[in-house]
Each structure stands twice: as C-alpha cells, then as structure tokens.
Design a binder for this molecule. Sequence first.
Ligand code: G3H
Ligand code: 13P
Ligand code: NA
Ligand code: ZN
Length: 323
Amino acid sequence: GLVNSREIFKKAVAGGYAIPAYNFNNMEQLQAIIQACVETKSPVILQVSSGARKYANSTMLRYMAQGAVEYAKELGYAIPIVLHLDHGDTFELCKDCIDSGFSSVMIDGSHHSFEENIALTKKVVEYAHAHDVTVEGELGVLAGIEDDVVAEKSTYTKPEEVIEFVERTGVDSLAISIGTSHGANKFTPEQCTRNAEGVLVPPPLRFDILEEIEKQLPGFPIVLHGSSSVPVDKVETINKFGGAIKDAVGIPEEQLRKAAKSAVCKINIDSDGRLAMTAAVREVLATKPGEFDPRKYLGPARDSLKDLYMHKNKAVLGSAGHA
Ligand code: G3H
Ligand code: 13P
Ligand code: NA
Ligand code: ZN
C-alpha cells in the first residue's frame, strides 16, 4: 500500500539525494510519474493540491494513487509511493485527507504569524501522527504568482526560528524559503542577468541560509517547493506552436543537484510537467491538424512527461536506484 514519508526521508538525507514530489491531476500525469519512477527505481511522492481536488475529485485521485501501487508492481517493480496533500491550508482539509487514506499532508501555515503557524501545525501533527500520517510544515514565504505575492517579496526562512518550530510542532519535515518560487516566472527579468544567448539567468538560491538551517537541525528533512527548472526548449516549443509564454525562468538544475546532496530530501516539481505536456500537445495539434483522438495528443504528452521525470530522477535529484 501507500507509505508515509518517514523511512524514505531518513534514507534520502543519509544518502545525499532528494525524493521527487510530482503533482498530478489526471491519469496521464499519474501514469507518466509511475512509469518514470518504476523504470528508474525511484521512490516517489504523489502530490495532490486543493486545485487538483477541485478539478478531479479527491476520491478519484485517492483511488488512482492506490491503483498506482498495483500499477507499479504490474510494470515490474514495487516502488515506495506516498500520497501527499500539497499546501493544505486548514486543519479540516488535512483531516479530510488523513481520514480518506492520504499517507502524508502538508499544513502550510507560512502566511500566519509564527505563533499561529505553530498552533495550526501542531494540531495537524497530533491528528496525523495518531493515524501514522507524516506532516510537512513551512516557515518562510515563497514568492510566486499562485500566492499573489510579487516575485520581489519572498521572505526567507529565519534560521533562528527553525528549532523552536520543529520542537513545538513535532513536524516530520520542514519546507523552507531560500529563493525558489512557484510557477514558470520565478524571477522578474530585472532580477536576472542574461547569458550570451540572451537567456535569463536567475540569482542563485540562498545556500547560506540552507547551511545555517542545517546547522540548527542536523539531519532533519528539509523540503524545497517551487523547484521547476523551466526548460528553455519546452518554452520554445510552446511558443513555436502558438503559445505565448514570456520571460519564463526557473531554478537551474545545477543548484537543485547541489540542494539534493544536502538535508533537502524532497523537491517539488509541477510547472515543468505542465510545460512538457503543453509543448507536446501543442506540437501534435499544430502539426497534425486533422487529429481529434485525445489519445493521439495526450499519449505523446504522457511520453514527454515520462522522459522529463526520468531525467529529474537520474540527473538532478539523484533518487534513481534508491527504491
Ligand atoms: O504549489 C502549487 C502546485 O504547483 C499546485 O498547483 O494549485 O494549480 O494545483 P495548483
Ligand atoms: P513549481 O511551480 O516550481 O513546479 O513548484 C511546485 C510546487 O512547489 C508544488 O508544491
Ligand atoms: Na538530500
Ligand atoms: Zn509548493
């Protein structure tokens, strides 16, 4: 069955790699994730957001994730699979997911005051642990379009707060803010420089803050949200076939590779999958205008997604071979 994140995080921190946390909203995304993770023998965290629950229905997504455990075995290898609520914002939402069989939840109290964040997170932890469900908390605010916070306004995690937060809440992992953000426009062009080809180069992540946090909490599982790399070739394909995605910029793979070797043991990636799928769908629809069977464009999109995830597991997060 589904597992919580406790054991796989312990191994990942010790082994110097990160577990992929991929969001899914439909069957093709889930199949691509499972195919890629089975083929690379990687543990995986399946993330369901509130938006995913609204889009696809929580019961549908839960049974799909449970089905994925069997699907992996059918494909030939039983990888550890976690079903995780992404960005839970209330106790009731977390409880609903725990009651219905999720093995892990995030309670994102990062927008509240320190004391309110602690109270809310602690309440979720008490309920979750009574059901053998692991909990991710968050300190520090990520910039990003989803949060209606402008890119300049990220609030980095304060290293002097992490021990008290972890001790008083009992969380199993901690999401931090060191310069990543959600979506495909992680930095404004003004925050970036340009390389010789004119491609935007973002400012580096604050590894100094990460190191300070690790000093406070040695070996404690750290999580990075907003870690899509926003591949230039995907954006170019989208724009070549009728899209209009401007000034897109992500986190360079080299920095994620470095983070994965640290206590960062979970790296969240959603936008890159969206870009890969959209690029593939646009290309099919533009080059085969007579095509109207959804399998003929969702199939290639699924294949492209799978390639992307295999690359992440093998060449960026280092989770391949650890299932
Ligand atoms: O953190 C946000 C994830 O990418 C999920 O996005 O809320 O649009 O489903 P969503
Ligand atoms: P990206 O938008 O960078 O893919 O981040 C996804 C995420 O953090 C989901 O919680
Ligand atoms: Na790691
Ligand atoms: Zn996130």
